[in-house]
Design a protein. Structure first.
Lengths: 167, 193
């Protein structure tokens, strides 16, 4: 029996996490892109009827998430494109944004509980630990940005009707 | 110390949020198509559950209990969770705008994640101290993240195999999820002696 994975999967290719965006402005050699809203199902084209966008959150307002890339592909306003970030970038970003502050928060809380054994002191220590962790996150994010790990890359123009996670 | 370890093991494995309590199933099925996406969602949810449970404990202890406002608990906790998500969004945006652009997609999904509210209500029922409730919330969300990443890994492998057409897509996903739940039932017989 032939395993379809043997013939159709190229494991040597660099793996990218893909997403869809459309061009909202062109400024010289730079284009501004707005990511398409994805629901939990990843069905961008059906986003109009999706109820899982969040209620009143900043990230649910797409204009807050606009970003720019170099216009090497001569893109025009209104075009849909596929953008990508390296697979590991998302995990590195999540560790920087969430795991570091959480680790310092818990560490500070554990130390305060061991030292004072009081709920209020533990609470104050956790808030302090969170703030310190956010400072570390800022430094880590700056380092990732310098290395270029957080920059989305243009992959190709989207096919008509293309949605996320489509093979 | 031992009681904290037992509390965390119980929250993460024995009473797993997804596979034992059946909370957060929408993100469990929806955001587990790729391991990295599941990891990002898991970490964001862990952060929000821990922060919001701390705030919920404070609201419960210093406001709802002393003034006998227990009937407002669910509504208040929903507000606290929404505020925690907003706080996380604003903080990540302030710390690093590129990080916000990359991770922002997961935050709106957390607002509508019932696991966050479920954990907050469970820790109130447990009448725990502040440190215990924080560790319970943290361990519960670690259990959530663990199952998300495991299931995403399984689904990535499933995408490569020749599944009969009748079962392709969500049906085989549900079958795998049920097998995973059965496997986690094995933790329920654990003994400390």
């Amino acid at each position: 029996m032939i395993n379809p994975a043997d013939s159709s999967t190229d494991f040597s290719a660099p793996s990218m996490n893909e997403g869809l965006a459309h061009v909202v402005a062109v400024e010289g050699n730079v284009v501004w892109l707005e990511p398409e809203q994805t629901g939990s199902c990843g069905g961008c084209a059906a986003s109009g009827s999706c109820g899982a966008k969040g209620i009143g959150t900043m990230a649910s307002r797409l204009e807050y998430r606009r970003f720019k890339i170099d216009n090497e592909a001569n893109l025009f306003v209104g075009e849909r494109v596929v953008i990508g970030i390296p697979d590991n970038a998302l995990i590195k970003a999540a560790i920087t944004a969430y795991a570091i502050p959480l680790a310092t928060l818990l560490l500070a809380g554990a130390l305060a509980q061991w030292r004072f054994g009081n709920d209020l002191a533990t609470m104050a220590a956790m808030v302090t630990g969170l703030l310190v962790g956010l400072g570390f996150s800022r430094v880590g994010a700056g380092r990732l940005l310098t290395q270029g790990d957080l920059a989305p890359r243009f992959l190709r123009r989207a096919r008509p009707g293309e949605v996320c996670n489509q093979p | 110390m031992k009681e904290y370890v037992l509390l965390m093991v119980s929250a993460a494995l024995v009473n797993n949020v997804i596979l034992a309590r059946f909370l957060g199933l929408c993100s469990f099925m929806g955001v587990t198509t790729r391991v990295d996406a599941a990891t990002g969602m898991g970490m964001a949810t862990t952060f929000v559950i821990t922060i919001s449970s701390m705030a919920d404990w404070a609201v419960q202890t210093f406001l709802l209990e002393p003034y006998s406002l227990g009937y407002l608990r669910t509504v208040t906790f929903i507000l606290v969770i929404a505020a925690a998500v907003q706080f996380t969004e604003m903080t990540v945006k302030k710390v690093s705008p590129p990080l916000f652009q990359m991770l922002g997609i997961y935050l709106p999904l957390i607002t509508t994640n019932c696991a966050v509210l479920g954990v907050a209500l469970l820790l109130v029922e447990g009448r725990m101290s502040f440190i215990s409730s924080t560790l319970f919330a943290f361990a519960s969300s670690i259990g959530y993240s663990l199952v998300m990443v495991m299931f995403a890994g399984l689904r990535e492998r499933l995408a490569l195999v020749d599944v009969p057409r009748l079962f392709a897509g969500p049906p085989i996903g549900f079958i795998v999820a049920s097998l995973l739940a059965l496997a986690f039932m094995g933790f329920s017989g654990m003994s400390t002696s």
